[in-house]
Design a protein around this ligand. Structure first.
Ligand SMILES: Cc1cc2nc3c(=O)[nH]c(=O)nc-3n(C[C@H](O)[C@H](O)[C@H](O)COP(=O)(O)OP(=O)(O)OC[C@H]3O[C@@H](n4cnc5c(N)ncnc54)[C@H](O)[C@@H]3O)c2cc1C
Ligand code: FES
Ligand code: FES
Length: 494
């Protein structure tokens, strides 16, 4: 049975198809039609709802695309939809701001936009343009335009009396902590045919995976749910790893960052930023806020997509994956994990438990670039991640170049790497290495990019990495590089 709060009403669901999404639950079971379906694939944001969780005694607000969130994921949370915002006949200040600023025309995308602004307002005290753009990055409006919506975001912070959510917060905390008191219990949901388990501990999860090797693992569901909503499949058995504390942790020791496989991408960014700002910056362009708050590292790796954004970076950073079963634990280098198109070395009785990313060294230089047609909420045509180690004599002692979108799996450019290792880090070496990219990859042409474009952009990204690293070195007064204005490229004095 799952237990959660629907606004402030405790709810229990025992018998239902675990393939049901939160959107279907709202619209079909509860007749809450304030929450709209636009795409059923997580892209448009019309179905955005707010999830509230009790974290260290505080209520944390975030958004989720209800169309790609399985109903089992509601356990332990408060669910707030656009239908819950109005109090008596009074619009919520966020809704009123959208009306006053003319932020809605078709109205279909509006409930989702309101929920994204509502959750943002609960997370922050004052207007910030960058945060507002980020909060709205997964809400598509094709008619009003974003300016009036941004104006509404400014207005929503104007002083007004506390809303009902602030007034009820102590009561909400008590109700959520009552549910959390049962946190060691295994959560189950079933309609007789399809089953869902949400273990509370890693040990429970490992035993379930051992006993049900055909079960599909799920963390955020932002990939898996598409099999249900887009391919119309039915998943007979799911094991949801998102409740287990061990898989939600993030730690940094003297050697590495260790990220729990179920930890959301959004909640990992701050730690990653301290060590790999370029990686964190790319994660700011991973999907959109709703998906980043729900989707996990483990899901991105476990999905084994050739166009996943995180695996190429893990390849470049020489990360390892800790794979666990009930009887074993092994660390696998990322470049041994992917064996073919959507194939991995993961055994049916195993799960990805942690992702281990070595810390940068004094001589290492990391660059990460995402090429996609749109800035936000778009899948990469090419993802390039470079990690060079360059010694004090300007010699490349190590080069790891990870690419996505270039092959059937996330893959290193080993021929290009070999062309660089042992060479001076100069324009001439880069020129020579660029010719090797076509030896490493024969990419496909598809709707995102042609094969030629992918090769060309990969060569250009290698050039870009060189320029940026060289300029940074110049800023450090190493005086090894200069910009040749006639050729607008970086050259070495050597
Ligand atoms: C609108 C939209 C935009 C997106 N944009 C991007 C993007 O820009 N870049 C990108 O890379 N991806 C993108 N994605 C894909 C997706 O959000 C990511 O891959 C995300 O990281 C998946 O995490 P999850 O927890 O939701 O995975 P889930 O859907 O829960 O799982 C994905 C797969 O991994 C397996 N799995 C999950 N956890 C484990 C584990 N611990 N061990 C082994 N296997 C496991 C599952 O069985 C499943 O096959 C997008 C998705 C949507 C809907
Ligand atoms: S309906 Fe489009 S994101 Fe959910
Ligand atoms: S108000 Fe719906 S698309 Fe803009």
């Amino acid at each position: 049975m799952i237990r959660f709060l629907l606004n402030n009403q405790p709810q229990e669901i025992e018998h239902c198809d675990p393939n049901m999404t939160v959107l279907e639950y709202l619209r079909d079971e509860l007749n809450d039609t304030a929450t709209k379906e636009g795409c059923a694939s997580g892209d448009c944001g019309a179905c955005t709802v707010a999830f509230v969780e009790l974290v260290n005694g505080e209520l944390k607000y975030r958004t989720a695309n209800s169309c790609i969130t399985f109903v089992g994921n509601l356990h332990g949370k408060q669910l707030i939809t656009a239908a819950h915002l109005k109090e008596d006949q009074q619009l919520h200040p966020v809704q009123q701001a959208m009306v006053d600023q003319h932020g809605s025309q078709c109205g279909f995308c509006t409930p989702g936009i309101v929920m994204s602004l509502f959750a943002l307002e609960k997370r922050s005290d004052s207007y910030n343009r960058a945060d507002t753009l980020e909060a709205l990055s997964g809400n598509l409006c094709r008619c009003t335009g974003y300016r009036p919506i941004m104006d509404a975001a400014v207005q929503m912070y104007e002083p007004s009396a506390d809303d009902q959510f602030v007034r009820n917060q102590e009561h909400t905390k008590k109700q959520l902590s009552k549910i959390a008191n049962d946190s060691a219990e295994l959560i189950e949901l079933s309609n007789g045919n399809n089953h869902y388990y949400a273990p509370a501990t890693l040990q429970q999860a490992l035993e379930l995976v051992r006993d049900h090797p055909k079960a599909r693992l799920v963390c955020g569901g932002t990939d898996l749910a598409l099999e249900v909503t887009q391919q119309l499949k039915e998943i007979p058995l799911m094991i949801d790893l998102s409740r287990t504390a061990e898989l939600n942790s993030i730690t940094v020791d003297e050697q590495q960052i260790v990220i729990g496989a179920a930890r959301s991408i959004d909640s990992s960014v701050e730690t990653i930023k301290q060590h790999y700002p370029e990686f964190a910056e790319m994660l700011g362009r991973f999907a959109a806020k709703q998906v980043r708050q729900q989707g996990s590292f483990g899901g991105n790796v476990g999905n084994a997509s050739p166009i996943g954004d995180i695996p190429p970076v893990l390849l470049a950073l020489n990360a390892t994956l800790t794979l666990k079963s009930a009887s074993d634990c092994r660390d696998v280098p990322t470049d041994e994990f992917f064996t073919g198109y959507r194939q991995t070395v993961l055994q049916p009785n195993e799960l990805i438990a942690h992702i281990n990313i070595p810390l940068p060294t004094a001589n290492s230089h990391c660059k990460v670039y995402k090429i996609s047609k749109r800035q936000d909420d778009d899948i990469s045509a090419v993802l390039a991640a470079f990690n060079f180690t360059i010694d004090d004599n300007n010699i490349v002692t190590d080069a790891r170049l990870g690419f996505g979108g270039m092959a059937a799996t996330p893959k290193r450019a080993t021929a290009t790497e070999q062309a660089l290792i042992g060479q001076p880090f100069t324009q001439a070496s880069i020129d020579s290495a660029q010719t090797k990219i076509a030896d490493d990859f024969q990419p496909l042409s598809d709707m995102r990019a042609t094969s030629d474009y992918r090769l060309e952009v990969s060569r250009n990204l290698l050039q870009k990495a060189f320029v940026e690293i060289a300029l940074a070195a110049k800023g450090d007064n190493s005086n090894t590089f200069f910009v040749d204005a006639t050729q607008t490229r970086i050259c070495s004095h050597a």
